[in-house]
Design a protein around this ligand. Structure first.
Ligand SMILES: [Zn+2]
Length: 315
């Protein structure tokens, strides 16, 4: 993520323009919540806003603003220990506890170290338990001049309504066209079905396309097409590929079936939708402990076999 140039991310531009306007008119919200799927660039955006607020002489260029990268504040931040840039993230158990929030609140009760702004980044705010959220709420209810809270969330509906009501909510999203353009600007061939699989998350798409898993996904997709054209043995190949990494690869199959159902006709749609539902159940079971994963995979592929050999015929 750190290597991504924010200027190349067209879907973040509106947010950056709005931020500049807010900064220019001294109306940056005291608390903001940036929501969106994993891999859409929330962190990139929030960190740039935080770093700009801390920078002593931000650079304004063509309607956008960014930290200078040279001042004392930027130097401290780039060295990884700016005392007025506070981050809260979940512990090993995936929870933001009240103690983690209190550490930050205690620091805020002291004066800012660099006699400038202070920024508190709360990563995946939905990980806060009730006590943590209530502790934060008290602080949000009493805004401190020059202190900015920036929360990110993949699941804002899980946040307490009282927290939500204290934050300016900024949904971050990328369209399929944004992702296609962004990839092509980096000379990465856009793969439509992968773009659709990652539901508007450009960074997730990019890293998947660059991974070894992508070539396995391509094999699965090829076998799927062969199978639907009538090459029955291709289903066995698909099963082999999925069996090697059932938990993640069952998602690929789900995705291929969903895309196929969208373009299929008549009774095929019913059959594919039924298979899709069965795969959703299978996926849930696979993530449980003590499950015989191979047995579940076997069942899913038996369902697939019935699709081509049973009442449902090819289009
Ligand atoms: Zn600076």
């Amino acid at each position: 993520m750190a290597e991504v140039a924010i200027n190349s991310c067209s879907w973040l531009k509106t947010h950056r323009v709005n931020f500049l306007k807010a900064l220019a008119s001294s109306r940056v919200p005291h608390a903001s919540l940036f929501s969106g799927v994993k891999g859409v660039g929330k962190k990139l955006l929030v960190e740039q806003f935080a770093d700009t607020l801390l920078c002593q002489s931000p650079v304004n260029s063509q309607g956008l603003i960014e930290p200078c990268g040279h001042c004392k504040s930027c130097t401290l931040r780039m060295a990884g220990h700016h005392p007025d840039r506070l981050t809260v993230s979940a512990n090993d158990k995936g929870t933001i506890t009240v103690d983690l929030v209190r550490v930050v609140i205690d620091k805020l009760s002291q004066a800012a170290h660099q006699s400038g702004n202070r920024v508190v980044l709360i990563e995946l705010a939905e990980k806060m338990n009730v006590n943590a959220a209530n502790a934060l709420l008290k602080t949000l209810e009493e805004p401190m001049p020059g202190t900015y809270f920036m929360l990110t969330s993949e699941a804002p509906s899980q946040l307490l309504p009282t927290i939500l009501s204290r934050c300016q909510h900024i949904p971050v999203a990328a369209t399929e066209a944004d992702i296609t353009d962004w990839l092509s600007s980096q000379r990465i061939p856009a793969d439509k079905s992968v773009i659709a699989m990652f539901h508007g998350a450009p960074f997730a798409v990019k890293s998947f396309l660059a991974s070894d898993e992508f070539s396995v996904f391509e094999q699965l997709r090829d076998q799927y097409k062969k199978w639907w054209r009538g090459e029955e043995q291709a289903l066995g190949q698909m099963k082999q590929l999925v069996s090697k990494e059932p938990v993640s690869r069952i998602d690929w199959l789900l995705h291929l079936v969903a895309l196929h159902a969208l373009s299929a006709k008549g009774s095929n749609v019913t059959g594919l939708n039924a298979w899709y539902d069965q795969l959703v159940t299978c996926r849930k079971l696979l993530s449980q402990s003590g499950i015989n994963q191979m047995l579940q995979i076997e069942k899913s592929f038996q369902f697939g076999e019935q699709l081509t050999s049973g009442t449902i015929k090819q289009a």
